[in-house]
Design a protein around this ligand. Structure first.
Ligand code: FES
Length: 170
């Protein structure tokens, strides 16, 4: 169903929590701390539908100063090499990954379940703990001041148990 679908090309990303819940995410909302969002598409009648029926669809969005995002982030799938979106379910066991702080004081992502750590400036590669794979990047652009998905996740997210099921969407 549209509510349970993964993020689709053309979906507008809307805040998942806080005062702006349900409103489109704008560039001004973003920082080096996690902004959680759901993709919002349309149902068969064309009415907007927030795809919050599948926990795998939740996203973590960041904006970093110019030059901080680097490989293996797919920079072509970011906005100006500064705004990047990832799936926000840990690849270990599916918890939502939150803000964390590296010993250097730098912001990273930390999983509250078993202390998995990810570096959002480098494609959310694993930098600590048990996760077997990076968080999947979602390609995005800015359109009319809103953040919009331009494709599917670039790698298979947690929650898609088989490549067959995953390839159905890609
Ligand atoms: Fe994230 Fe285990 S679920 S580290």
């Amino acid at each position: 169903t549209p509510k349970k679908a993964p993020p689709m090309p053309g979906d507008v990303l809307v805040h998942a929590a806080g005062e702006k819940a349900g409103q489109p995410v704008t560039e001004a909302d973003l920082s080096d701390q996690v902004t959680r969002a759901w993709p919002m598409g349309k149902d068969a009648t064309g009415a907007p539908v927030i795809r919050d029926g599948d926990p795998t669809s939740i996203l973590a969005i960041f904006k970093f100063p110019e030059g901080e995002l680097k490989a293996p982030t797919n920079l072509d799938a970011t906005v100006n090499g500064q705004i990047v979106a990832y799936g926000d379910r840990c690849t270990h066991a599916g918890c939502n990954v939150d803000n964390g702080t590296a010993p250097s004081g730098k912001s990273i992502m930390n999983c509250p379940c078993h202390s998995g750590q990810y570096e959002p400036r480098e494609g959310c590669k694993v930098i600590g703990g048990p996760p077997p794979a990076p968080l999947p990047q979602l390609p995005v652009k800015i359109e009319g001041g809103q953040l919009v998905a331009t494709g599917f996740f670039l790698t298979r997210p947690f929650g898609y148990p088989s490549d067959e099921e995953w390839q159905h969407y890609t």
